[in-house]
Design a protein around this ligand. Structure first.
Ligand code: H2B
Length: 101
């Protein structure tokens, strides 16, 4: 998996296939809304599992019924890379089973 920086325009075009994800500053972000606090907490654990499996980690924020991610690649100087898009896709695939929108 490449850790080459993606340009902002390339990132924007790749995010078209990841609904709900957006480029904000130097990170890609998404906030999920869950049916309960417990469901939100469960999603954070699932995301932590995915992140350890990929050895790629977001800033992950648990709210009352929300889970927010902000991702970039530290080892690429904080740029967006393929690793961030892979993590975003894996989280997007896992979230619906937790009732996330
Ligand atoms: C040593 C370990 O491989 C690195 O610290 C990994 C872990 N998780 C990471 N996560 C993110 N987002 N960027 C990285 O560069 C990164 N590097």
């Amino acid at each position: 998996m490449s850790a080459e920086p993606l340009s902002p325009s390339e990132t924007e075009s790749r995010l078209e296939s990841l609904p709900g994800w957006a480029l904000e500053g130097d990170r890609i972000t998404r906030t999920f809304r869950l049916p309960s606090h417990f469901a939100a907490a469960a999603l954070t654990v699932h995301i932590a599992q995915i992140q350890d499996e990929l050895n790629h980690h977001s800033d992950l924020t648990l709210g009352y019924n929300t889970v927010a991610l902000a991702v970039h690649t530290h080892s690429a100087g904080g740029a967006i890379t393929e690793k961030d898009l892979t993590l975003a896709a894996r989280v997007a695939a896992a979230a619906p089973a937790h009732g996330a929108e």
